[in-house]
Design a protein around this ligand. Structure first.
Ligand code: NI
Length: 255
């Protein structure tokens, strides 16, 4: 079965057929989806999906691009949403120096506040990091390592960085990029990191795997990601699928 550890079904791209699509995914081998909130509305939508669908769970958090919204009242609302029975993580949280929408100091402060929240409510984290590998790692090492664990989503760092995270108990989120021709670094990360520390994700509607690159992504397409991971590990697809599913269940403390 497929576990999508990071999806955004609240995005506009799913407006035309969201309900039919979500209802159809179990029939395409999808066992479990965590919808990840990036904005206040995204976090609320994630909790609503988890209420409505047996196979969906929620992560709540504010993405670095949106952290100017993170005042005391919103932090309190996140805390309440984190207490819902099907909320399994705080995310997506982190740093984005690529789009650089918010000043770095503002991003860092919001990241740290949400890491503290994760520890308070005892939930793992789901981390976004773009062009900010060093600062992301340093903040996690100083403010979170050794506590509730979590996933470094859409991992784009080096093999060495992946090893440092794994050493500290984190999981490496792998999605469509691993099927891209220019996904060499991620392919190497998958080869070098123990399979037991990798989880699958879409980040849908973005980052559809080959042969659907550029199209709208959905959790069923993780099939192609699993195929690529199995090939890189030189193991049967069924074995990769089983281990990857169990990893996601473990990091999100399900089952
Ligand atoms: Ni995302």
């Amino acid at each position: 079965m497929i576990f999508d550890t990071h999806a955004h079904y609240d995005e506009k791209a799913f407006d035309p057929d969201r309900e039919e699509l979500l209802a159809s995914l179990p029939g395409r081998g999808v066992g479990c989806i965590v919808n990840v909130g990036a904005s206040p509305q995204g976090a609320r939508a994630s909790v609503a999906f988890a209420r409505k669908y047996d196979h969906m769970y929620a992560a709540v958090g504010i993405h670095p691009d949106d952290v100017e919204a993170l005042d005391d009242a919103l932090l309190e609302e996140l805390r309440v949403m984190a207490g819902q029975p099907k909320t399994v993580a705080i995310g997506e949280i982190g740093l984005d120096y690529y789009w650089d929408v918010q000043p770095h100091e503002v991003q860092k402060e919001a990241f740290i506040r949400q890491l503290e929240l994760a520890k308070d409510v005892d939930l793992p984290i789901n981390v976004h990091s773009r062009d900010a590998a060093r600062d992301t790692f340093d903040i996690i090492r100083d403010h979170h390592a050794g506590t509730t664990g979590g996933i470094i989503h859409c991992f784009s760092g080096s093999v060495e960085m992946a090893r440092e995270y794994v050493k500290r108990g984190y999981y490496i989120g792998v999605g469509g990029v691993v099927t891209f021709k220019n996904g060499k670094t991620l392919k190497n990360v998958v080869r070098e990191v123990p399979l037991e520390r990798i989880v699958t994700e879409t980040d849908c509607p973005y980052l559809a795997p080959v042969p659907f690159r550029g199209k709208r992504n959905d959790s069923g397409m993780i099939r192609y990601v699993i195929d690529e991971i199995a090939a890189l590990k030189d193991i049967p697809v069924e074995e990769a699928e089983e281990v990857l599913y169990a990893n996601a269940m473990r990091v999100y403390r399900l089952g």
